[in-house]
Write a protein that binds this ligand. Structure first.
Ligand SMILES: *Cc1c(COP(=O)(O)O)cnc(C)c1O
Length: 461
């Protein structure tokens, strides 16, 4: 029996082994992520500046660059028990199909009704809102995974949830919308006529089908103008990355049981929350000089924030009401081409991951969507799980890495994050199955146009 056979298909942890603290990777970073700036004064946002928008406890987490471990509230731990620990799977079937000597593992976060890792942070944000005595939360959703996760968490805790859903998704994904309504959320297509910014955008761009940046502006406006409400965000922010470290902490605990050390860790990157959560404990070891890992972010070639973006202060939203974040960005008015079906369409990137990438602690690659769906199909057929298009970016990179090992004969250990399932993405799969999917890579001229709209913060400060 080879050593491989001793490792089970799924490495499960017990309920007691679900993390009781999150790990804050900022504590081990020498160069901390740059602070959020007030869009009016260009001064760092203080606790008080952020209070009209976010819940108090979440602001503390957002601003905390020094505490390495932060306790997970007991109520959140109990909620986690409904769907965690998530399995760490050894992809024996994929390895065999590829004929690779590489050992492939993936951490699967799609085992809950929202179908993705987003529930890990939704429950925390809803919990702190409720704990502060608030009536409800507002948010935006694009493809719908975040809105669904937040609706589930809000229903569980008995608070109200208002979701602004990018109009094109609202129309194209009626089933996502109905899941949210089933959990009691109100879902409004964005841009709407309910908000100042929505009315302005509708007037300037009649017939627009909306964007994430615009839906964010609407949700923030409603939160700040409605008593007892705050705004919550499903990615990008430091607090979200912190909550998602349950993914990496569990993955590491499972691997440690069998003394497995990954050589390469791969994750898809939209706003960076799943990738940041998966890599944090490993990155911590790397930052402290204890171990070394290759860490790879995978993004769509049609929305290449890391690989072609600028590291600069930028707006997080189209309406320019949110704080400025220093991050790899394509410019806040960048909207990926209409043929882009693979998710991960946000113009910016987590400030934590941006700093780590800038300092050379991780790599990034971009992949084209037809090759992403090829990888999704191959994976589904041998591993059984129908992956989300977003997750399939990581699958593409993991398969390519494993195929390289086949050429060189290296027995590398590859770990990747499988963030969710693709049941609500069948229109994209249909396009692929019908051979109608195309690739689009923005030209340098197009990117230059949206870079020109970056705020000139570095000059002013
Ligand atoms: C939202 C989402 C992503 C991308 O978000 P990150 O913040 O980059 O993790 C990836 N996969 C799935 C399934 C998602 O729903």
């Amino acid at each position: 029996m080879s050593e491989n056979n001793k490792i089970p298909y799924k490495i499960y942890l017990s309920e007691d082994e679900i993390p009781k603290q999150w790990y804050n990777v900022r504590a081990d970073m020498k160069n901390k992520p740059a602070p959020l700036l007030n869009p009016g004064t260009l001064q760092p946002m203080s606790f008080d500046d952020l209070r009209p928008v976010f819940c108090d406890e979440l602001i503390k987490q957002e601003l905390d660059d020094t505490t390495p471990y932060i306790d997970i509230p007991k109520e959140v731990q109990d909620f986690y028990k409904m769907y965690r620990p998530s399995p760490l799977v050894r992809a024996y079937c994929l390895e065999k199909a590829l004929g690779t000597p590489a050992k492939i593992y993936y951490k699967f976060e799609g085992n809950n009704t929202s179908g993705s890792h987003k529930l890990n942070s939704a429950i925390v944000q809803a919990y702190y809102a409720k704990n502060q005595g608030l009536k409800g939360v507002t948010t935006e959703t694009g493809a719908g995974q975040w809105g669904t996760a937040l609706s589930m968490a809000s229903a569980y805790l008995g608070i109200d949830c208002k979701v602004y859903m990018v109009k094109v998704s609202y129309e194209q994904k009626p089933f996502r919308r109905e899941v949210m309504r089933t959990y009691g959320a109100s879902v409004t297509p964005s841009p709407s006529m309910d908000t100042e910014i929505g009315r302005k955008i509708n007037a300037e761009h009649p017939g627009t089908t909306g964007s994430l940046g615009c839906a964010i502006s609407e949700a923030v406006e409603v939160a700040t103008k409605t008593e007892g409400y705050r705004y919550v965000l499903g990615s990008v922010l430091n607090q979200v990355l912190l909550h998602q470290t349950v993914i990496g902490l569990e993955a590491k605990a499972a691997l440690d049981k069998y003394n497995i050390t990954p050589d390469v860790i791969i994750g898809c990157a939209g706003g960076g929350s799943n990738l940041g959560g998966l890599i944090s404990p490993f990155m911590g070891e790397k930052l402290r000089g204890e171990k070394d890992y290759r860490i790879v972010a995978v993004e769509p070639a049609s929305c290449p924030s890391f690989t072609r973006g600028k590291f600069a202060y930028d707006f997080c939203d189209t309406g320019m009401v949110c704080p400025l974040a220093k991050m790899y960005t394509l410019g806040s008015n960048f909207i990926p081409s209409a043929n882009h079906a693979g998710g991960l369409r946000y113009h910016g990137m987590s400030p934590i991951l941006s700093q780590l990438y800038h300092d050379g602690y991780m790599e990034a690659i971009s992949v084209e969507q037809t090759s992403v769906f090829e990888a999704a199909q191959q994976f589904a057929r041998v591993e059984g799980i129908l992956p989300a298009p977003e997750s399939s970016h990581a699958i593409r990179a993991a398969i390519d890495e494993a195929l390289k090992c086949k050429e060189t004969g290296e027995e590398k250990t590859i770990l990747f994050g499988l963030t969710g399932t693709g049941y609500f993405d069948m229109v994209a799969y249909q396009k692929f199955n019908d051979g109608e999917m195309t690739d689009y890579i923005p030209s340098d001229e197009e990117l230059a146009k949206s870079f020109a709209t970056l705020p000139k913060v570095d000059l002013l400060s």
